[in-house]
Design a protein around this ligand. Structure first.
Ligand SMILES: Cc1cc2nc3c(=O)[nH]c(=O)nc-3n(C[C@H](O)[C@H](O)[C@H](O)COP(=O)(O)OP(=O)(O)OC[C@H]3O[C@@H](n4cnc5c(N)ncnc54)[C@H](O)[C@@H]3O)c2cc1C
Length: 427
């Protein structure tokens, strides 16, 4: 696994299958660019519908965000519910939210079908507030009940019995959500797609796409693939291959750390197998793995490369939340890039005849890549037009360098807002 970034997941990956690089010309119905969760789900769904499919990745299967994330799978989108509701109205919002739940259920179903090595699904996500607002949580619980989602309201003491931090107030337990080993899951999807006839190619960067006589000609490793349809699923690693996609996305980094084994000390801090997420914008998301190790996620930034002293910074943050742990050893820290649109909703649609895009899943990518991959497959095969649900969220210009500066400023603004709210309503 040496071609993967050094993460907890690459170190604990349960198989090391390598796929070949593209070296011979070929002809397929659909060529998918990008072997992350979006591309692989689309490929698998297309193969299930009888299409001949090739998937190409510039690196390895799951090398991008899909293989190095927090593994938390729930419903919803990266955009604020209220903003989406305001834009599209209640009926459309309901349809979108139900798609997001279907995405979550797709991941659950695939984990079950693909066997023990496919992600090691562990149930439950606990969302905790860093300020006191049980009424707001109850309102959210009631709103989600309309979609059949079961959230349990926990008071501060209930929360602290499971996650013993002076920073935390009340919370919501989401019994239907779950967490997985994202690299194992992504690789299991690739293996299943390959078993269904999908040609998976690694180390095959697509450098050119050109329309030729009603088809598309793609070039990778000086080799040609001809395809009736192309699905672009290049996430936060989108390059200038299709300029309209590059212009419409902001690559945003987020960071993770895996502690060394904490032994019995872990029980002083976390006593749940559920994953945990706090309510701050770009706050902390984490879980206990291997019984006594914390895999901790945090923050966002427009920097493409990890900041200096990343491990120390994340460790300091973790110790701030759980001071009783004292010093903790760090095994590794890493970063990954997510793709955000300005509207923060996924971008899923058709740019030109036969040229599809499936990207911009932001920090809520595990359920949304699944449903996006499915609706793209349905659209290509003419099975449904469910892809139209994403039409209001197009390829709007992300603002280039100014857009990145604005995103960073917005994040800093959120941080100030978070601190203010916590000061006004202490836990
Ligand atoms: C650290 C981190 C933590 C996260 N935590 C969570 C979480 O807990 N829950 C959640 O729901 N979401 C989470 N996310 C978000 C989620 O991981 C992403 O939204 C999702 O994985 C995006 O998948 P993707 O397939 O669109 O992109 P990626 O997985 O990034 O895949 C894109 C692929 O495209 C390839 N590529 C790019 N250009 C080319 C080219 N020209 N030719 C060939 N291949 C190319 C790249 O090599 C890459 O493998 C997190 C993200 C990060 C980075």
């Amino acid at each position: 696994m040496s071609d993967y970034p050094h993460t907890y997941y690459s170190r604990t990956a349960c198989d090391a299958t390598a796929y070949p690089a593209l070296t011979a010309d070929c002809d397929v119905d659909v060529c998918v660019v990008g072997a992350g969760l979006a591309g692989l789900t689309a490929a698998r769904e297309l193969a299930m519908r009888g299409q001949s499919v090739a998937v190409l990745d510039a690196n390895r299967v799951g090398w991008g965000a899909s293989g190095r994330n927090g593994g938390q799978v729930s419903s919803g989108f990266a955009a604020d519910d209220d903003a989406v509701l305001k834009q599209v109205g209640q009926a459309h919002f309901d349809a979108l939210y139900r798609l997001s739940i279907e995405g979550m259920e797709m991941v659950r179903d695939a984990c079950r079908r693909l066997g023990a090595g496919a992600g090691g699904l562990t149930p439950g996500i606990l969302k905790v507030l860093r300020y006191d607002d049980p009424a707001g949580l109850a309102a959210h619980r009631d709103r989600m009940a309309a979609y059949g989602r079961r959230f349990t309201l926990l008071n501060r003491d209930d929360v602290r019995a499971q996650v013993n931090s002076p920073a935390y107030g009340p919370g919501l337990f989401d019994a239907d959500a779950f967490h997985i080993h994202p690299l194992n899951y992504t690789r299991a999807l690739a293996a299943d797609a390959a078993a269904r006839g999908v040609a998976v190619y690694e180390k095959s960067r697509v450098t050119r796409i050109a329309p030729v006589q009603g088809r598309h000609r793609l070039t990778a490793n000086r080799t040609t693939i001809r395809a009736r349809h192309v699905v672009m699923a290049t996430g936060g690693y989108t390059d200038a291959l299709v300029p309209a996609l590059r212009r419409a996305m902001l690559p945003i980094a987020t960071y993770m750390l895996a502690t060394g084994p904490l032994g019995a000390r872990i029980g002083d801090a976390i006593d749940t197998t559920a994953a945990i997420i706090d309510d701050r914008r770009a706050g902390n998301y984490y879980r206990v793995l291997d019984g006594d190790r914390i895999v901790w996620g945090s923050g966002i930034s427009v920097r493409r490369s990890p900041p200096p002293q990343l491990a120390d910074r994340l460790k300091h943050e973790l110790q701030g939340v759980f001071p009783q742990l004292g010093d903790v050893s760090v095994d590794m820290a890493w970063s990954g890039l997510m793709s955000y649109a300005r509207h923060r909703m996924p971008q899923v649609g058709q740019l030109a005849p036969g040229l599809w895009y499936c990207t911009a899943f932001g920090g809520q990518g595990l359920n949304t890549t699944a449903i996006a991959g499915r609706v793209v497959a349905e659209a290509i095969t003419g099975e449904t037009d469910r892809i139209a649900a994403f039409a209001p969220f197009g390829l709007t210009w992300a603002g280039g360098v100014l857009g990145r500066a604005a995103a960073q400023a917005t994040y800093w603004g959120y941080q100030v807002g978070d601190r203010w709210r916590e000061r006004m309503r202490p836990v």
